[in-house]
Design a protein around this ligand. Structure first.
Ligand code: AMP
Ligand code: MG
Length: 402
């Protein structure tokens, strides 16, 4: 049996590059950007007005003029309208392009308009105020987002603002999610008293979808012959096989043997951890990787976040995520010589600390507890006592929370 760190190292040694592809920006959220995006013109592209009000030439105020004749009104998108005389102004809206003859914008709150005259109410007008000048954010051809960045809503904002209809992204592996077990029925079936719905498959699918990855689903009954046939099909059609169930010591746990017989080499079987001790990882000569997680829902969920997602991130060329630590808000004891992944609820202190409240639940079968928690806290194997106030690494699984 190996340690969590050893398992992590063996998995990270199998990072693969699946190439790149061009995809529409609408489908790019969560993907890994594989090109630098550059500005197709200055950002902003013109001297942009940032307040509704009037545009004037500041020199007029220096001459002591405080009342302006409104020459015209200019909306965002209109061609700039120039001032012909010093005591004129243009009524102008946020987002409009400042005319060359003006250099300052005074907001409505600081003027009084009567008929076609605008009179200053405020005296602290500064030259150049209420403007977002051409090119101050980025110059034409300057990089606005870099290869290796995760495509977030902010990257979509930049890409679309510079007219990128398609984005070059890292290709995702073709993934199949394989459930196994004769006790399993589908979600829309009515289980008998002794049957279970195959929720793990949909849990994995949902987690992968956060990365823009659509995993296919497949089910294997507890039958050695069919197990081998289905594994052969997966090896032919996918880059990664994610399995749940059938890898423990049970009489019907045929998967490790079937994988070996199909020339998938065991890279490890069993890790000093709870949950997820029977975790199996292997590789076929063709390069196909097999992550076989124990069927217990919490074990599958933990192994997916602790091992598969970091592998996926690395394979996608995404810059390493910084480890996240949280401070335990109470003492905790865990005696077995295993690395324990404790389920915790997160909260945030006013000092900016992440606080973790352990919510133990009833072991790796108790997935109801997952809905009340936000992360796994990885507790060092060599210790039994963990004190309130100590910080430990966490593996968050509520993407929108942290
Ligand atoms: P196994 O690893 O096959 O021994 O399964 C361990 C436990 O997890 C058993 O209680 C199974 O019924 C359950 N289990 C296995 N696969 C799934 C699945 N896809 N969805 C939900 N529970 C599962
Ligand atoms: Mg089983």
């Amino acid at each position: 049996m190996i340690t969590v760190e050893q398992a992590e190292r063996l998995i990270q040694a199998q990072v693969q590059d699946f190439g790149t592809e061009l995809i529409p920006f609408e489908s790019a959220l969560g993907r890994s950007l594989a090109e630098d995006i550059t500005a197709d013109r200055d950002l902003p592209p013109f001297n942009r007005v940032t307040m509704d009000g009037i545009a004037i030439a500041y020199s007029t105020i220096e001459q002591g003029i405080t009342s302006f004749k409104i020459k015209a009104t200019q909306a965002a998108g209109d061609q700039p309208i120039n001032i012909d005389h010093a005591d004129e102004c243009i009524e102008i809206m946020t987002g409009a392009a400042l005319p060359d003859s003006a250099d300052t914008v005074i907001r409505y709150e600081d003027i009084e308009i009567k008929g076609s005259k605008a009179t200053l109410l405020a005296s602290d007008i500064k030259k150049g105020q209420n403007l977002h000048l051409k090119g101050v954010d980025k110059k034409k051809n300057e990089v606005v987002a870099s290869a290796g960045q995760l495509i977030t809503p902010a990257i979509i904002s930049l890409a679309t603002s510079v007219g990128k209809v398609e984005l070059l992204v890292k290709k995702l592996p073709r993934v199949v999610i394989v459930s196994s077990g004769d006790e399993l029925v589908d979600v829309d079936e009515k289980p008998s008293l002794t049957q279970i719905r195959k929720s793990n498959s949909y849990t994995i699918k949902a987690v992968l979808r956060q990365y823009g990855l659509e995993g296919d689903l497949l089910h294997i009954p507890d039958d050695p012959k069919i197990t081998k046939e289905k594994i052969a099909h997966c090896l032919d059609n996918y880059d990664v096989i994610l399995m749940t169930g059938g890898i423990s010591m049970g009489k019907f746990d045929y998967i490790p043997k079937a994988l070996e017989e199909m020339q998938v080499k065991t890279l490890f079987h069993k890790v000093h951890q709870r949950p997820g001790k029977p975790f199996w990882f292997g590789k076929h000569d063709s390069g196909v990787l097999v992550f076989a997680f124990p069927g217990n829902p919490v074990a599958t969920f933990m192994c997916l976040h602790r091992y598969f997602l970091p592998w996926l991130n690395a394979s996608q060329g995404l810059s390493d995520k910084q480890p996240v630590y949280a401070v335990s808000d109470r003492d905790f004891t865990f005696m077995p010589a295993l690395q324990y992944f404790l389920q915790v609820k997160l909260s945030f202190s006013l000092q900016g600390q992440i606080l973790a409240t352990p919510i133990e639940g009833n072991g790796s079968g108790d997935f109801a507890n997952l809905a009340d928690t936000d992360a796994f806290m990885e507790l060092p194997m060599e210790r039994d006592e963990f004190k309130q106030g100590e910080a430990f690494r966490i593996w968050p699984f509520n993407q929108l929370m942290i």
